[in-house]
Design a protein around this ligand. Structure first.
Ligand code: ATP
Length: 240
């Protein structure tokens, strides 16, 4: 089997004395969509923060394209090709939509490519084009999520880490966002690691899923098989 683009091995991550991640391992294959599911507080966000360098694991490793990157600065991780879309969007509220998108491309030295990618994201989310010169803080929650994903895309990442993109959005918007995430994966070949509480939706778009419970992986299988198992759905994922 080909080497996974991202390989997380036995990481342990702490908040002070609190062990939030208790020896987590998983692989993300090149070009795939992998989801990490779990309840509030299970440790999903902490796993993403450990991969993108915002937090340092006390043990274990994170390998990207075969190279260990744990304890690397977030800025450097981003330059290597991993973009993080944090929970709660975190767009720059006082900058316009266009300025936010330019910030996403700040490491690039190919203005033609940047312009091309700007029109690609405007194609994915036409509302952002309409609002290009408005301050990001004036956008709705859904539009800010679209902007956060688009800004991450502007770095031309190889891997995108998405933290609960569906949080607080209407069912219609959730469908729209997931549809674009699937297109980003298929059309642009971006590998996706998706963290979600909305298991129903995540299992539909991802190929493979890991279930996290109190800092440990308790289940790992293809999404097709995870969806078939009623007890797992009810027990771990809250789907009836
Ligand atoms: P959520 O969906 O609420 O974001 P999550 O699965 O992403 O949940 P994490 O945010 O990764 O979970 O949190 C994992 C554990 O670490 C939880 O027990 C949480 O209380 C704890 N934790 C998270 N952030 C901190 C912090 N800044 N200080 C101390 N403990 C924290």
């Amino acid at each position: 089997m080909a080497e996974p683009i991202l390989k997380v091995s036995n990481i342990e991550t702490y908040y002070g004395p609190i062990m939030a991640i208790r020896g987590v391992s998983f692989d993300v294959p090149q070009g795939g969509i992998v989801t990490i599911l779990g309840a509030n507080g299970a440790g999903k966000t902490t796993v993403l923060k450990t991969i993108c360098g915002v937090m340092d694991p006390q043990k274990g490793s994170v390998a990207f394209e075969g190279r260990e990157i744990q304890r690397t600065d977030p800025d450097k991780v981003m330059r290597l090709g991993i973009s993080h879309v944090p929970e709660g969007r975190e767009v720059f509220p006082f900058l316009t939509v266009r300025e936010n998108l330019r910030m996403g491309a700040y490491t690039r030295r190919d203005p033609d490519g940047v312009a091309q990618d700007m029109s690609t994201v405007f194609g994915y989310f036409p509302v952002l084009k309409e609002r290009a010169d408005q301050r990001a803080g004036s956008l709705s929650g859904g539009e800010q999520q679209m902007l956060a994903i688009s800004r991450a895309l502007m770095a031309r990442p190889k891997v995108m880490l998405l933290d609960e993109p569906s949080l607080g959005l209407s069912p219609k918007l959730v469908l729209e966002i997931f549809d674009i995430v699937t297109r980003i994966n298929r059309e642009r070949g971006v590998t996706i690691l998706l963290v979600e509480q909305n298991a129903n939706m995540a299992l539909k778009v991802a190929d493979y899923g890991y279930v996290l419970e109190v800092g440990r992986i308790v289940m790992a299988d293809t999404c097709a098989r995870l969806m078939e198992k009623d007890d797992i759905k009810e027990f771990y994922l809250g789907i009836k």
